[in-house]
Design a protein around this ligand. Structure first.
Ligand code: IMP
Length: 188
């Protein structure tokens, strides 16, 4: 769909276009290919938000990597973190002595990834790093290092390209700021 589609009327503005995403994903794929040469790489998709980013990214990595999926819940239906992280689906395989790259949609407070890094580190991987599509540095409350991140964005609630509000808008090809009237209507 293009940006004249009806669903785009729920956005205040587009923040990152599909073309900017495509270029960033391609570049990141090349970087990962270079950095993980000769290593047993496991790329872990954090469901559901990172699903589109993940499937695009792995196709740009020229290595015989393996994929894993993990589901966690950090938010309810609101727009800010509760700080409570639950593992809804764990990895299928052992990651001991393997190089783990966690692929996440967005780092906001950092609490979700901080918790995940702790949980997965206890399983003795050879290394563990984070690749995030978006980063909101102004919102960080924990000390978290992301090895790769594609775009720094301002403190606004965004949807699209996998990111949701109340499970909706993941199907937008671009990333945009959700119009406040959408969640204000829900709060009322
Ligand atoms: P954190 O634990 O505060 O860093 O939040 C991380 C998770 O919150 C992400 O994986 C997203 O699922 C969700 N999240 C944070 N900011 C946004 C946003 O602007 N739009 C949609 N989801 C978000």
């Amino acid at each position: 769909m293009d940006t004249t589609a009806k669903i785009y009327e729920d956005l205040d503005r587009i923040l990152v276009t599909r073309e900017e995403i495509r270029q960033a994903v391609e570049k990141l794929g090349r970087q990962i290919t270079e950095d993980y040469q000769g290593k047993d790489l496991v790329m872990v998709c954090i469901l559901k938000g990172a699903s589109l980013f993940f499937t695009d990214l792995i196709r740009e990595v020229d290595l015989p990597l393996s994929t894993e999926f993990m589901a966690v819940s950090s938010y309810g239906s609101g727009t800010s973190s509760t700080g409570v992280v639950r593992i809804l689906k764990d990895l299928d395989r052992n990651i001991e002595n393997r190089h783990v790259l966690i692929v996440e949609d967005i780092v906001d407070s950092g609490k979700t990834l901080y918790y995940l890094m702790q949980v997965l580190s206890q399983r003795h991987p050879a290394s563990i790093s984070i690749a995030a599509l978006l980063d909101k540095p102004a919102r960080r409350v924990v000390d978290l290092t992301t090895r790769y991140s594609c775009f720094n964005i301002p403190d606004a609630f965004v949807v699209g390209y996998g990111l949701d509000y109340d499970e909706k808008y993941r199907n937008l090809p671009d990333i945009g700021v959700l119009h406040p009237r959408i969640y204000q209507a829900d709060d009322a």
